[in-house]
Design a protein around this ligand. Structure first.
Ligand SMILES: Cc1cc2nc3c(=O)[nH]c(=O)nc-3n(C[C@H](O)[C@H](O)[C@H](O)COP(=O)(O)OP(=O)(O)OC[C@H]3O[C@@H](n4cnc5c(N)ncnc54)[C@H](O)[C@@H]3O)c2cc1C
Length: 380
């Protein structure tokens, strides 16, 4: 017998878990299908936490979404009875006039965000874990911090199920097709389902489900690591913010010590290794460690101790590094909810709400024009 739902969500990771929750709490019949376990370590949302920041160097138009994202993370944590959002302050750091600093300042000015522009001496006075050379500057914004990314998936899935959602792990979507009278039929190895709408939140696997995105949504291997601080007091929550640091050898991001041992650091676009989501190696190597140690050695020498852990994780990059959140051209019942080009997790809470709107015929109260799919599919 074919089971029917209002909405099927394929991919219960960062975006999909929040979408299942927002749909279920509105009373919709929702089926969440996840290929692996919930949560798991093969996608984009593992390795404990993700930075959230209002000073958005990528583009000022993300800031209204971020304000709502903060509200919804707080809503999730109050309902889950668990702290998921940790405010540490954020810094965007780079050589004077660099795009990271100027972009961050542009967001602060356009949206009246309280912020400070700090020179290296002031950064190191406030946060002695940094070692910044002359010629750098930092935008400090007090609302930045991090979200407990895996715990937030667990919290959303538990609440979604408590609100009636059916969530099935180890059951991948195989394919989907339009139903003659409208709606979508979805096949998995275990059965066939029908729904009014399908949300494709399959992250790095999106190109397998939307062939027109196979070349534009490109999975990329990232590796991050945790390292033993030599001066632990400088790297604890309260003494160290979250930050982005752009320099001549790349763009590093870092977190205070939290939940697992060690100071966490990664480098955006790491070794620029692209491939298929299944083909990319998840095994960290000594070369990966050397990349991260270069950032530690130069900017965080007091955290350049023994390696305590490393993880590989996937970005899914679009050519302009903005998201794709849109209905599929020619098949409006299917909503694409990925990819997020390495900066999407912080938005997962608000994306859940937006995707729940799109999947139920409501107009989301945000300008989503930056995320239209036709900017890529029109010429595909
Ligand atoms: C190392 C690293 C650091 C990052 N740092 C930050 C940060 O600090 N701040 C930030 O905001 N963002 C950050 N990002 C980006 C952010 O983590 C991602 O944008 C976000 O996690 C993407 O969520 P997602 O739901 O699209 O993907 P995922 O969480 O991977 O979810 C996709 C899910 O779809 C499932 N799936 C795939 N195929 C199928 C199928 N056929 N059927 C069913 N399920 C399927 C997958 O198993 C997976 O669970 C980082 C990413 C990485 C890798």
């Amino acid at each position: 017998m074919i089971q029917t739902f209002d909405v099927i969500v394929a991919g219960v990771g960062g975006m999909g878990a929040q979408t299942c929750l927002r749909l279920a709490e509105r009373g919709h019949r929702v089926l969440g299908l996840e290929r692996f376990d919930i949560p798991h370590t093969f996608g984009s949302s593992h390795a404990v936490n993700r930075i959230i920041r209002l000073a958005y160097f990528e583009h000022p138009s993300y800031v209204p979404l971020l304000r709502r994202a903060y509200d919804l993370w707080r809503d999730l944590e109050s309902r889950a009875g668990e702290q998921l959002l940790f405010i540490t302050g954020s810094m965007d750091i780079g050589p004077t006039g660099s795009a990271v600093v100027e972009g961050s300042l542009a967001s602060c000015r356009e949206h009246d965000l309280p912020h400070e522009l700090l020179d290296p001496t002031e950064v190191m006075r406030r946060f002695p874990g940094y070692n910044l050379p002359a010629g750098y500057e930092a935008v400090f914004q007090g609302d930045g911090g991090f979200v407990a990314s895996e715990r937030a998936i667990v919290a959303a899935v538990n609440l979604a199920m408590a609100n009636g959602a059916v969530i099935r792990a180890r059951e991948p979507l195989i394919d989907y097709a339009p139903l003659p009278g409208g709606g979508v039929r979805v096949r998995t190895p275990k059965g066939t389902y029908e729904a009014n709408r399908l949300v494709l939140s399959s992250g790095s696997w999106i190109g397998e489900h939307v062939p027109a995105l196979a070349r534009t949504a490109v999975p990329e291997r990232q590796v991050l690591g945790w390292f033993q601080p030599k001066k632990p007091a400088h790297f604890r929550v309260g003494a160290f913010p979250v930050s982005n640091l752009k320099c001549d050898v790349g763009h590093f991001y870092q977190f205070p010590v939290w939940h697992v041992p060690g100071f966490k650091i990664g480098r955006y676009h790491h070794l620029q290794e692209t491939g298929t989501a299944d083909g990319i190696s998840r095994e960290p190597t000594p070369t990966d460690e050397a990349i991260l140690r270069e950032g530690l050695r130069r900017f965080f020498p007091d955290a350049n101790g023994d390696c305590l852990g490393m993880r590989a994780c996937l970005f899914t990059n679009t050519p302009d590094e903005h998201f794709i959140i849109d209905a599929l051209p020619g098949f409006a019942e299917v909503i694409v909810a990925s990819p997020c080009s390495g900066h999407g997790y912080k938005f997962a809470s608000v994306m859940g709400e937006i995707l729940a709107d799109l999947a139920t015929g409501k107009r989301p109260p945000f300008d989503l024009s930056l995320f239209g799919i036709e900017r890529f599919t029109a010429s595909a």
